[in-house]
Design a protein. Sequence first.
Length: 637
Amino acid sequence: MIKSYFIIAWRNLLKQPLFSVINILGLSMGIAFALLIGAFVWSELQVNRQLRNHERQFFLESDWKDPNMGNTITSVGPLARRLKEEYPNLVANYYRWDGITSVVSKGEKHFRENIQLGDSTLLSMFGFRLLHGDAGNALTQPFSVVVTEDIAIKYFGRTDVVGESISIQSFSGGLHAFSITGVLAPLTENAVTQLNPANHNQLYIPTNTFSYFGRTDFESWANLYLPSYVELQPGVTASDLAGPIKHLLAVNAPAQVKENLTVRPQSLQHYYLNANKGLAKRMLYTLAAIGLFIVLMALINFVNIAISSSGRRTREIGVRKVLGGLRSQLMVQFLAESFILVSLATAIAVAVYPLVAGAFAGLVGKPMPALNAFPLYFLALPLVLIILLSLLAGGYPAFVLSSLGTVTALKGKLKTVGGHIMLRKSLVAFQFSVALLVMVAAIIISQQVSYFFGQGLGYNKEYVVSSQVPRDWSRTGVQKMLQVRNEFARLPGVTDVSLSYEIPNGMNGGSPPVYPAGADSTTAIPMQAMVTDERYLATYQVSTSAGSFFEGHDRDSAKLVMNEQAIQALGFKNPQEAVGRQVRIPGDPTLFTIKGVTRNFHFGSMQATIPAIVFFNINFANTYRYLSFRLAPGKLG
């Protein structure tokens, strides 16, 4: 009996090819988009959940009284280790790391790579699997390195490279061979190796080699720049760490740190979704709503077509009722047709998924999971989807058309034609209303995007490229690098070059508190520090509002430059009043003179307010990381 329903249903669909094709294609496109959105949402929910014991792992997040005093995603250097050592009943394991970039070489291949300098607990704590090597001792020997599969293929053309060596450049320009002791299996997205887009690390070096890169403050309580993780013992909660963290900071941290810093353990399995004020979570809610909306629109389209074609089915219904057909049989018949149609649409959508996943990945900026990446229980989802959509899409013909009286159906007239017209009008009005709403939203979003990209950053980023350089942070090293800068400036197509520690990417080197000379040091305002040469403003085309920027003759003087936000924070009425005034930094005997004031510019994300910024002369601070080049238009090739 059931078989005959499907045979008749199939024949009826073939009799109306246009109706069938339109419905199948419409539904399949809607389902395909919903599948893409659902797959992306699922993949985002899996971030950090592939880590071993992820439900007991926590990220130590810093909450500063003044956001300019430190980074949220980094913590005090020794804190995680000391929690493990002094409270083993609470903390089972820990991991800390520092991210750097350096030139990696093998033969004729030389590339600048992101490197993670971290504790030897990386593999044991998070359960990262090795394709080659022994996870138990891969990060125990000095000058050893664990690399990703991509790095192994990039430098050797294969993955079985344990025992091979690569050369890594120190910040002073020296080279040293590092023995490869492990090759990581492909990593799922996580907040350990990919904490943010700027830290997608692919080489991992243990702490016993940090001195080679000049990292000697890993265990200093004044080091506020290490992302840190702890794994709790079973049954321990994050609130149990509040007291130990507060105690360790009170006993060991500098006064300014313990007075202004609160460290809160954040669940690693939820950290990705809750970071940046829940940005990822809000995005997922929005995408899920869009997916449901697309399927709903496809269903409404189906019902509209079903209503428009209902007149052709009335005589069929009348004849079948005259021959003894029951309403329940008619209902099953219509639902069977809907089931076949939705099944075909779902099958097409699943077949289309691999073909369009790449394009969708380009749209969302992340790779999409392959069909075989989903858990086995996902196999039931298409069937559930088919049943649900069949009931929703076939509900109208099944429950309304089957209820027509025999005589009315034989005459080919709908007794409730007004009701059908009203239903169609309501559905069409709903579609147009939603379309209008989407159009208005698109216009608003477009205007917001145009405003975002059209707003002045305060500097000109066009034709500016930056490159990290070897570091010799001595007076001689700085002078040598400035000579290199001058040589680059003479190249055709290069209009200006600047040597600095920071570039406008939000990654500053520190946040010194500054207060006017003669005032109470407790009134000091934390500011974003920028260490630059005298060509920085010219290279980035930042304008001044008062005074002047650094010049060659004041290389060794204790002069500094601030932006307008910093001047305002210090209480000066205007930039002109601030020029020539003196300021101090708590604990530093230097008396600094404000040489000039720059216009405000966005140092980091435009979502954040412009911070107070203070510029130090590179010859005074003797630190640098970047050469920034302003290229002449048309000379990029």
